[in-house]
Design a protein around this ligand. Structure first.
Ligand code: RFL
Length: 414
C-alpha cells in the first residue's frame, strides 16, 4: 500500500519548501508511545495499513522510564494479540499494596477483594521495546526522527500529514484516511484542532512530586503509600534492580533543591516504621524530576478524521497508576473502531470518544480520591483534610465493601 513519489513541493498544500515525497497509507499514527504502538500493532494484525511517525529515535523511546503498573485487563488484551510473551515471562504479579500512617503499616490485599485478579509490574520502556519489535518484525512502517509533524485537512475525508525526515531533511506528505493522534500531552495532534472545537477540563492539584528513579532493589514486596506530616512518600516497584520513589514537594520546586543526600534522608524519615525493623535500600539515583500534579481531559476525543488516544486526550495524576492503562484502553478501542470502519461499520468510530471518556472519568474520580487521601498534610495549620483522610483510610481498612470498591478501581474495570 505504501507508495512514495518525488514531486515538487509547490503541488503540496501546507508543506515546507523543497522537494517533497508523497506517500499514502490508511491510518497515520502520530507518536510511538504505548497508545500509538498498540493502535499500530492491532491495525497491522487486522491487515489495516498504517504508518507511525515518531519524533524521537528508537533508542530514546525504548529507554524512557515512566509507568510500571499494568492492569490485568490490559495484560489480557496484549496476550490476546500475541504482544505479551516477554511481559508474562518477566513481569511480577502484584496482589497487595501498603499504606503507612503514623509509622504503622496497613496492608490491603486488593486481589483477594476482587476475585484474585492481579496487577503486573513491568516498566513502560520494556513494553514499548516489545511493541516496537513486534510491529517492525511484522513488517510495520515506523519512521523515527520524524520532525515537524503536522496534520492537515482533518475536517475533510482526505486528511494528510507532513513531516521532515530528521536524517535526510526531506519533507514527506503522507495522504491517509484517518489520523490517530497518540503524541502525548504536548504533541501536535490536539494542538492542530481549531480553537473552540474541543472542550478542555483541567485541574491543578496544588501538589508537587519529586519523582526519583534509583538503581536500588525494591525494599518492599508491595507498593507503599506513606502519609507523613512532612508530606507523602511513595515507594513504587519497577524491577529487581530499579525502584521509583516519590516525595511530595512544593509546586514548581526545583531538582536543584534535592541533592541525593536530602532525597534519601526524606525517604528514610517519611517511610520509617515505628515498631518494626524495616530497611530502605539506597542506590545510585539515575533520574530526578519534579511533577506538578495536574489532571486534564479533552472532550470529545476526536475532531473530523483525527482521533486522539492516551495522554494526547487526557492526563491523570500518577497516584493510581492509570495513565498507561488508559492509553492502552483508548488504543484498543480506536484500533477496533478503525478495523470496523474498513469492514463497513462506523458505529464504533461514532461511539469511540464516549466509550473512552466513561473509563477516563471513572479513573479521574478514583485518582482524585487517592490524591486527597495521601496528601492529607498539604494544608499546613489545618487538620480538617488530615482527619478526613484518616477517616477514609479507616473505612478502607475495616470495611470489606470499601475494600472491594478500592480493588475494582485500582485493578481497573473489565
Ligand atoms: P506518550 O508515552 O507520551 O507517547 C507519546 C509519543 O509521541 C511522541 N511525540 C511525537 N511524535 C511525533 N511528532 C510530534 N509532534 C510528537 N510529540 C510527541 C513522543 O516522543 C512519544 O513517543 O503517550 P501515550 O502513548 O499516550 O502513553 C501515556 C503514558 O506514557 C503515560 O500516561 C504514563 O507514562 C503515565 N504514568 C503512569 N501511568 C501508569 O499507568 N502507571 C504508572 O505507574 C505511571 N507512572 C507516569 C508514571 C508518567 C510519568 N511521567 C514522567 C509523566 C510516572 C511518571 C514519572
Amino acid at each position: 500500500m505504501r507508495s512514495q513519489d518525488l514531486v515538487d513541493s509547490s503541488l503540496v498544500t501546507g508543506a515546507a519548501a523543497g522537494p517533497v515525497r508523497v506517500g499514502r497509507t490508511r491510518v497515520a499514527v502520530i507518536g510511538a508511545g504505548p497508545a500509538g504502538l498498540i493502535v499500530a500493532n492491532l491495525l497491522r494484525k487486522a491487515g489495516v495499513d498504517c504508518v507511525v511517525l515518531e519524533r524521537h529515535t528508537r533508542a530514546h523511546v525504548e529507554q524512557r522510564a515512566r509507568a510500571g503498573l499494568i492492569e490485568p485487563r490490559v495484560v489480557e488484551m496484549l496476550r490476546r494479540f500475541g504482544l505479551a510473551d516477554r511481559l508474562l515471562r518477566m513481569a511480577d504479579a502484584h496482589t497487595t499494596c501498603e499504606f503507612r500512617i503514623d509509622g504503622r503499616r496497613h496492608e490491603i490485599n486488593y486481589s483477594a477483594a476482587h476475585g484474585g485478579r492481579r496487577h503486573y509490574v513491568y516498566p513502560q520502556q520494556e513494553l514499548v521495546t516489545d511493541l516496537v519489535a513486534a510491529f517492525l518484525d511484522a513488517g510495520g512502517d515506523l519512521r523515527f526522527q520524524a520532525a515537524d509533524v503536522r496534520p492537515h485537512g482533518l475536517d475533510t475525508d482526505r486528511p494528510w500529514v507532513t513531516y521532515v525526515d530528521g536524517a535526510t531533511g526531506e519533507t514527506t506528505r503522507l495522504d491517509c484516511d484517518f489520523v490517530a493522534g497518540c503524541d502525548g500531552f504536548h504533541g501536535v495532534s490536539r494542538a492542530s484542532v481549531p480553537a473552540g472545537a474541543l472542550t478542555e477540563h483541567s485541574h491543578e492539584h496544588g501538589i508537587g512530586w519529586l519523582s526519583v528513579l534509583a538503581e536500588a532493589p525494591p525494599s518492599t514486596k508491595a507498593i507503599i503509600y506513606a502519609l507523613h506530616p512532612d508530606g507523602f512518600a511513595g515507594h513504587m516497584l519497577r524491577s529487581s534492580t530499579v525502584s521509583r520513589f516519590y516525595l511530595q514537594c512544593p509546586v514548581g520546586d526545583s531538582v536543584d533543591n534535592w541533592p541525593d543526600e536530602r532525597v534519601w534522608a526524606e525517604l528514610h524519615k517519611r517511610l520509617a516504621l515505628r515498631d518494626e525493623d524495616w530497611t530502605l535500600t539506597e542506590g545510585p539515583i539515575i533520574e530526578k524530576r519534579v511533577l506538578d500534579m495536574r489532571s486534564f481531559v479533552v472532550e470529545p476525543m476526536s475532531y473530523g478524521r483525527l482521533y486522539l488516544a492516551g495522554d494526547a486526550a487526557h492526563i491523570i495524576t500518577p497516584v493510581g497508576g492509570k495513565g498507561m492503562n488508559l492509553a492502552a484502553h483508548d488504543a484498543e478501542r480506536l484500533a477496533e473502531a478503525l478495523v470496523a470502519h474498513y469492514e463497513g461499520s462506523d458505529a464504533l468510530l461514532h461511539d469511540y470518544s464516549a466509550t473512552c471518556l466513561r473509563r477516563v472519568w471513572r479513573s479521574q474520580e478514583f485518582c482524585q480520591w487517592m490524591t486527597e487521601v495521601i496528601h492529607a498534610s498539604r494544608d499546613a495549620g489545618s487538620s480538617f483534610r488530615q482527619r478526613l483522610a484518616v477517616a477514609r483510610l479507616e473505612h478502607l481498612l475495616t470495611s470489606p465493601a470499601a475494600a472491594a470498591v478500592f480493588a475494582e478501581n485500582y485493578l481497573g474495570q473489565d
